[in-house]
Write a protein that binds this ligand. Structure first.
Ligand code: SF4
Length: 189
């Protein structure tokens, strides 16, 4: 793929060993910038599109090369969908290295498909995503018992199956089992 963006704006360094941003031990890429402004968002410091810091993509790839014992990579923020070119480039690299990829976004899957009509890079990004956690955090839908998400409107979308079938297929949460994640890496490819 042609390199379309040499920098990504990040809110923080890559964070390894997360167990709350998808299954297994994950490294989180905290993107900077979000216009959804969900009331009671846990990361309002990531909203500012001029905040955080610009990081060369080559540095992010180098950090990914140095990871050890990680099950997958999670893009969060902020909203990664405001930097689709940079995120696609990084996601493609992670996928080539065999990582399972989760992405959190305040957009719904349906909104992303509409955005992809005008900017095909969104379709390209989706191709590398295993699970998309979609939709804004809605305080009135908040539920602390949910798996890997904060509010009931958010869905764990199995993107490869969804793209194949042409309709939304959710992760079967009954099949989620922490031990399976470590037995079979990566989990969804
Ligand atoms: S989409 Fe995420 S980062 Fe953006 S305001 Fe909502 S909860 Fe916060």
């Amino acid at each position: 793929m042609e390199q379309t963006n040499k920098y990504i704006r990040l809110a923080a360094d890559l964070q390894s060993d997360s167990i709350v941003d998808g299954p297994g031990l994950r490294t989180v890429i905290w993107t900077q910038g979000c216009a959804h402004h969900c009331p009671e968002c846990q990361n309002p410091q990531t909203w500012d599109f001029e905040g955080g810091g610009l990081v060369p993509i080559s540095e992010v790839l180098k950090a990914i090369d140095e990871l050890e014992e990680q099950t997958g990579i999670t893009f969060s923020g902020g909203d990664p969908m405001y930097q689709p070119e940079a995120c696609t480039e990084i996601a493609k690299y992670c996928k080539e290295k065999g990582y399972n990829i989760w992405v959190y976004t305040g957009f719904t899957y349906e909104e992303l498909l509409k955005m992809a009509d005008k900017k095909p890079i969104y379709k390209e990004f989706l191709k590398y995503i295993d699970i998309l956690v979609d939709g804004p955090f809605l305080i009135k839908e908040r539920d602390l018992s949910l798996l890997f998400r904060g509010s009931r409107n958010q869905r764990l979308i199995d993107v490869p199956k969804t793209l194949k079938k042409g309709k939304i297929i959710l992760l079967d949460e009954r099949e989620y089992n922490e031990e399976k994640v470590f037995e079979r890496e990566p989990m969804y490819i």
